[in-house]
Design a protein around this ligand. Sequence first.
Ligand SMILES: C[S@@+](CC[C@H](N)C(=O)[O-])C[C@H]1O[C@@H](n2cnc3c(N)ncnc32)[C@H](O)[C@@H]1O
Length: 338
Amino acid sequence: MNYPKPEQDFTPVHNMIIRSVSAQVIMEAVNSKIFDTLELKPATLRDLADHFEFDELKLRAVLDLLESWELVKNEDGYYSNTYVATEYLVSSSPLYQGLGMGLTMGFCAEVVRDMSELLRGRKSKRDESDNNWAAADVMEGTAQEALGGGLHNAVSAVAALPGFDEFKLMGDLGGNHGNYTMSILDRNSQLQGIILDLPAVVPLSEERCRENGYADRVRGIAVNMLKEDLPELDFDLLFASHILYSCRGELKPVVEKIAKSIKPGGWFCANHYTKSQSPLSDQTIASFEVITTFAGYFSHFIDPDVLENVLTECGFGNFSRTWSDANKGIMLVSAQKL
Ligand SMILES: C[S@@+](CC[C@H](N)C(=O)[O-])C[C@H]1O[C@@H](n2cnc3c(N)ncnc32)[C@H](O)[C@@H]1O
């Protein structure tokens, strides 16, 4: 046979396909509580196989893969969690990411399932995606992602705004789980918070904040910022994290509404992924955009220059930028209503 001899290297593509199983394996290890078990004490392959009634050959392959991702280590035949696994993959950890990972995996699975239809524009997931924010697991997963992705830096930057100690009312646009609101309220005892989110989400947000002891300080107002005005309550601060990407490229009408809801001299803080100066690889950014656009949104990234230009047009100034999560390229842009 006269088969052509390969000239180009196909290995990167081949490797990518093979490695794509990694995410599912890590998710399965989280869901089946391998990390929880290893947190109690190191264990041998046999111990784990007996404990979980797993096939030993396959479990070894799983553990090898987890070791290759530096999530477990193997010392003299005893497996234990690495620090990363202890911090993020053990379900009792305060920074547990299992539900957040499941949330992203769910988005990916839906994209994969309907990719062909979605690509041809025969189907839109936007309503489905918006409705999903009202599911308890999704809210908890989003909360976990916030804790693992720069909440502390964002809150510190907000608390450092001029006049913060005198602020009395803040709004959290797309506030969802309320973790940002509750953490900001912890920095100023006279501050009250309002979570502004879609109608189906707000009751869950209020319930979550109530359960966390903020019943007297946090309430919700249902609003669809694309279709309705925001309540004109003279907010001292309006905070918006990972929401402006739902504007479908029409940022200005939403920023105009934001401007009307804030008192003169008040502040707007936007916390979003940025592409410029992002440490994320091109592949990660591009993958993110596939997930986001196929889920029905415009883009997961907002360039701070673009945002500041729109904010300037809408009467804001005194801009400042801070990385809330430098590793993930999440930036907090603060702007004062002049
Ligand atoms: C990715 S979550 C962000 C949650 C939280 N701010 C954070 O950063 O962790 C997006 C939130 O925006 C809300 N949202 C999406 N479109 C909206 C709209 N048109 N009006 C109001 N809220 C919206 C969703 O319901 C969801 O709670």
